[in-house]
Design a protein around this ligand. Structure first.
Ligand code: HEM
Length: 724
């Protein structure tokens, strides 16, 4: 009867968690026992909601569950959900029997949108502390060691011109003389796993410790929101999941998570196959076998020369920028899967595609800006801001159009839920079927009466979150596997033999080359290569949070002080440093997918309370080593309530693409003399990749990943048929 309980849970809370409004609504005044009890009740209710969300998305996954009384009740519940509140629908009854507790977030209500904004007093407290620390050398109230700004080093690294420009434009990356996360790793090594980074009035507590990450992302996640990230992204993503404040987030996540159900994910595999086949055909066109490309002697011989060559249209000459190709394909995929729109960016560069890219660049620029220059008086007149507004209008207009179209052809919920099954059946029979987009699902389910604007924000968020991240994952994994030093050739060999075996199995079963979910599961080493790609190059390399209330972080080591956070403190959780911490990972700078096949026990220098990595703890259905298996020393898709909703989608997409590409092509770095020209840059405490590195929301190369792609001969299996 567990399932029946879930079925009716949509209509009522369990009796124990019914909390009268008057008893709960005291918000944040933490005085007296009564208040503490009320807060506890509110927290219990939040926990209950989370469990409910999880159960809802899991309860009806298996086909065999869909029978009997429970399933009939569930169907009835789903039917009733569409009855409007004014006609006595479930929302009416829910409102009658539930009391809405006042939000934990209420203290920030109206302060800013959509994230929290520390009040004047909070900001003054943080600033005053920083000033005392800098001017008088006092110990900080937060007890975190302070990283000084090495402006001389930054000046040396980027030169006076670029440094001056960064100073004027407030570009943080320029002010540190390289990607910010590299600098954080340097400080991590010097100052330990929790420290403060202060730039004049602005400061961030930086965390590189697994137990503290667990605390912030899971155990006390209710006390943290996206803070500064939300402020920056609001103009682009509105109230989409990434910047959403905890209240909006709770409502939308409940609706969006179930959209990524397994049947739907399986149905996207044919889309990944199609788009990968287009990429293969495109690479064959650009890099014809046996020549037609540039003679090796004509290739530029340094990374700098590449930048000029790229501008002169090198792509037509038999080499290809794989970073750019991955961006195009993943944009096409996300457009088709999420809102049924084909950007066709693999073949053309429409004004809309250009608008998408420019919006992303602006969003990234804002993410690394030292001051919110776009808010300064008159900033809206700057040519860059005028262009940004124009691009955003174009993009938003298109999304509004798609949302309106989806509203007008609203399909029934049953039809929607059966769509996944239909796709699976039709795939078996070789029929063509309409894939159901995520937008259709959201329009049909329309949780909490989401309006067009909310849906547009949701879609924009998927577009931004799911596009460059996957492209970056593929770029850096390919970079590592085909590195000219040959340092990963043994991994490449193992990967190819796994993929060849899998294609042979598909052929033996008469399935052709179409990828089934089981094929992705069977390509375990391919998935580990991608997981290792995410360890070395986490996307994004920093997670950003703000403390909604004062808090005390766990001590990273028994002898270390517990860092105290003032309300409104901004935090960076550096996944880049966490993933490369030698106390957590052996040879952390080396690309070694096999590390996830053996346990890593905590050594004597491991942080307090870290339980190590254990492959046995990776759940059977997981497509990658989860954060739990590494006890939060590995956070490829974040953790806790705000972990990535698209993780399975991304892993399926990337596995299909990686497996196909390594099977079809031999890639080589397009440099005349790679050994002499590919020297990693030093100066920030750890090497910067030899193709250069820059960052915004994700990690990019500096000049692109230019490669030649030679078809493997003889092909291990018939090449995929390019679509007409
Ligand atoms: C390799 C690809 C991807 C990586 C590495 C990645 C990584 C992440 C990470 C680390 C977070 C947590 C951010 C935080 O806690 O601040 C996140 C959140 C999110 N991701 Fe992904 N992601 C990927 C692909 C996708 C895809 C394909 C989609 C959608 C189709 C997606 C949608 C989202 C959304 C909506 C959130 C916000 C979740 C929430 O706050 O509830 N991501 N992602």
């Amino acid at each position: 009867m567990r399932v029946a309980a879930v079925a009716v849970a949509g209509l009522a809370w369990p009796a124990g968690s019914l909390v009268p409004r008057a008893a709960v609504g005291v918000g944040r005044r933490r005085v007296g026992l009564a208040v503490m009890e009320e807060e506890k009740a509110a927290e219990e209710r939040l926990a209950f909601e989370d469990t409910l969300m999880e159960e809802w998305s899991e309860a009806w996954e298996g086909e065999k569950d869909k029978e009997g009384f429970d399933w009939e009740m569930e169907k009835l519940r789903r039917k009733l959900e569409v009855v409007p509140e004014s006609f006595g629908g479930p929302k009416f009854w829910r409102r009658m029997i539930e009391a809405e507790p006042e939000s934990f977030y209420a203290a920030y209500e109206g302060s800013t949108y959509p994230g929290s904004k520390p009040g004047g007093l909070d900001s003054f407290r943080i600033l005053f502390n920083n000033l005392l620390q800098f001017l008088l050398g006092n110990e900080s109230e937060d007890l975190a060691p302070v990283a000084g700004w090495d402006w001389k080093g930054a000046l040396d690294r980027c030169g006076p011109g670029a440094f001056g420009k960064a100073l004027v434009s407030g570009d943080l990356q320029g002010l540190v003389g390289g990607p910010l996360f590299l600098l954080l790793t340097k400080y991590h090594r010097e100052l330990g796993p929790v420290f403060k980074l202060a730039f004049g009035p602005r400061s961030f507590i930086v965390v590189c410790d697994p137990a503290i990450a667990r605390y912030i992302l899971r155990d006390n996640s209710v006390n943290y929101d996206k803070g500064i990230l939300a402020e920056i992204l609001a103009p682009v993503l509105g109230k989409g999941l990434i910047p959403a404040d905890p209240d909006v987030w709770k409502r939308r996540r409940r609706v969006i998570s179930p959209a990524f159900h397994k049947k739907w994910l399986e149905s996207t595999l044919s889309l990944f196959d199609e788009c990968t086949a287009e990429l293969v055909a495109d690479l064959r066109r650009r890099c014809p076998p046996g020549g037609g490309g540039v003679p090796p002697g004509a290739l530029p011989d340094s990374v700098d020369a590449w930048a000029d060559w790229k501008a002169d249209g090198a792509g037509a000459l038999g080499v290809v920028d794989m970073e750019e190709r991955f961006c195009s394909v993943s944009l096409d995929i996300i457009g088709r899967a999420v809102f049924d729109y084909d950007f066709d960016s693999t073949h053309t560069e429409s004004p809309l595609v250009r608008a998408v890219y420019r919006c992303l660049v602006e969003a990234e620029r804002r993410t690394t800006a030292f001051i919110p220059f776009w808010l300064l008086p008159g900033a809206h007149l700057l040519p860059s801001q005028v262009a940004f507004r124009r691009d955003l209008d174009l993009l938003e207009g298109k999304l509004d159009e798609l949302v309106a179209a989806a509203f007008s052809e609203d399909i029934g919920e049953d039809e929607m839920l059966d769509a996944g099954a239909e796709v699976a059946d039709a795939k078996k029979d070789g029929e063509a079927v309409d894939r159901v987009s995520l937008l259709r699902f959201l329009v049909t389910v329309r949780g909490e009466e989401a309006d067009g604007r909310q849906l547009r924000d949701d879609l924009m968020t998927m577009l931004v979150a799911g596009h460059e991240t996957t492209a970056a994952l593929l770029t850096w994994t390919l970079y590592e596997l085909f590195h000219p030093s040959g340092r990963s050739s043994h991994h490449l060999e193992r990967l190819r033999s796994e993929v060849d075996g899998n294609y042979a199995a598909r052929a033996a079963e008469g399935r052709g080359t179409a990828t089934a979910y089981e094929d992705v599961v069977a390509c375990a080493f391919a998935r580990l290569c991608l997981s290792e790609g995410l360890r070395l190059y986490p996307q994004p390399p920093l997670l950003i949070r703000r403390a909604l209330d004062s808090d005390e972080l766990p001590a990273p080591y028994p002898s270390a002080a517990r860092v105290k956070l003032a309300r409104g403190t901004d935090l960076f959780l550096s996944t880049w440093s966490l993933h490369k911490n030698p106390a957590l990972w052996d040879e952390p700078e080396t690309f070694d997918p096999t590390r996830f096949e053996r346990p890593r026990r905590p050594g004597p220098d491991a942080p307090a309370g870290w339980r190590g990595f254990d492959p046995a703890k990776i759940p059977a259905q997981a497509l990658y080593p989860t954060e739990q298996s590494a006890d939060y020393a590995y956070l490829p898709f974040g953790a806790g309530g705000r972990r990535c909703v698209g993780d399975q989608f991304a892993m399926l997409e990337a596995t299909v693409m990686l497996a196909t590409l390594v099977n079809e092509f031999d890639f080589a770095f397009a440099l005349r003399d790679p050994k002499n020209n590919l020297t990693p840059k030093e100066g920030l405490g750890c090497p910067v990749a030899d193709v250069g590195m820059q960052t915004g929301a994700t990690i990019h190369t500096e000049n692109g990943l230019w490669m030649t792609a030679t078809p493997r001969a003889p092909p291990a299996h018939p090449p995929p048929i390019p679509p007409e």
